[in-house]
Design a protein around this ligand. Sequence first.
Ligand SMILES: Cc1cc2nc3c(=O)[nH]c(=O)nc-3n(C[C@H](O)[C@H](O)[C@H](O)COP(=O)(O)O)c2cc1C
Length: 402
Amino acid sequence: MAAPISSPSSHLSRPVAALLPPPQVPGQPLTALAPMQDVTDLAFMGVIAHYGAPDYFFTEFFRVHAQSQPEKHILRSIDENATGRPIFAQLIGEDLGHLARTAAALLTHNVAGIDLNLGCPAPKVYKKNVGGGLLRDPARVGEILATLRAAVPGLFTVKMRIGFDDTAHFDRLLDLVNEHRVDLLSVHGRTVKEMYRGEVHYDFIARAVARARCPVLANGNIVSAARAAAVLADTRAAGVMIGRHAIRNPWIFRQCREQFEVERVDSNPLTGASASNQRVWVNALHQSKIFRPTLADVRDYIERLYRVTQTPELPERAHVNKMKKYLNFVGQSVDAAGAFLHEMRRAETEADLFAICDRHLLAAGAAEREFSLEPYPGVIARPNCETPSATTDGCSLETVTA
Ligand SMILES: Cc1cc2nc3c(=O)[nH]c(=O)nc-3n(C[C@H](O)[C@H](O)[C@H](O)COP(=O)(O)O)c2cc1C
């Protein structure tokens, strides 16, 4: 199963207060909602918590430079966090003094810890040598880790990719993570140049688990609770971090907990089912214990998301367009032909949008139909992220889908 959450040997010199918050279900692997710019704000985290919170939340990144002050809208996600779960504040930057200053400012808020972004693949970001760009320069990463470690008395965490255009520095980066006593490492198993496309290199996540002294969260294409369990078994990671598939399926963290519980029963020698004649029973148990949302549940999710993202300043047309960015993901599991996606993209008003939802999610028996746990093959969210945009200065839904 997963590595222990906080191995005493790796924290001998750390105060007890720096131990990671425990998972909601004792003994289970951790779950985390991946930080996503323009997505993981106060409203979205509230919606996710409604359907089943992850163990940890991460803010989208606070930009750090000479003139920066922590962005107010991101601070709201910390100050007004009503999810009941801890939230880590993520920073992106490379200036040592300003990183330390910003970490100190954020530590006056109710954060679980400070997280450093070593992964953002947007060219406008990496060209400034921040985010994923830093992975080309392990010496600079070492200085930043040393600075932040000194500035953060509590939990200091890192989220990284496995390299910039290759993995030559990977082991060196992991050694730096150890040297600077990082408390938790999230690894998105792709290089910066691989953006969001192609296979995730879970073998590198397993390598991080073997080499890093802190717990590791496995990240990248974890499409379902079953996939989460398989990735944990393959990598021995301490938990999973899930991004786009939580936008598609906000029940995924609840389903992970249910899946982990079933796996625990399964692996218990007294109740487990290693004999082949028991496998059928175990499969049935798996299916019955894991919540299967219907399309009516999805209609409820969309309505909730619409209400919480509504603000007096946001014109209706812009609000509908904002909704399409989430629905690009949701639509991947509504119907195999992508008909909902096709129609949804043409909505211009709230009335249009909900009429389309009603047609596809409630009418003619649709309400009772199951929402697919994994995206239907070939149903692609748009615009797709295969083409890096030189103009976007972050990881926004404008450029990043699936
Ligand atoms: C819209 C969007 C915004 C993102 N913003 C951030 C960010 O602010 N910080 C960060 O570390 N990663 C960011 N990421 C990367 C995700 O945290 C995650 O590593 C990536 O999406 C792979 O996980 P997934 O396959 O579960 O989505 C972003 C991803 C998306 C799709």
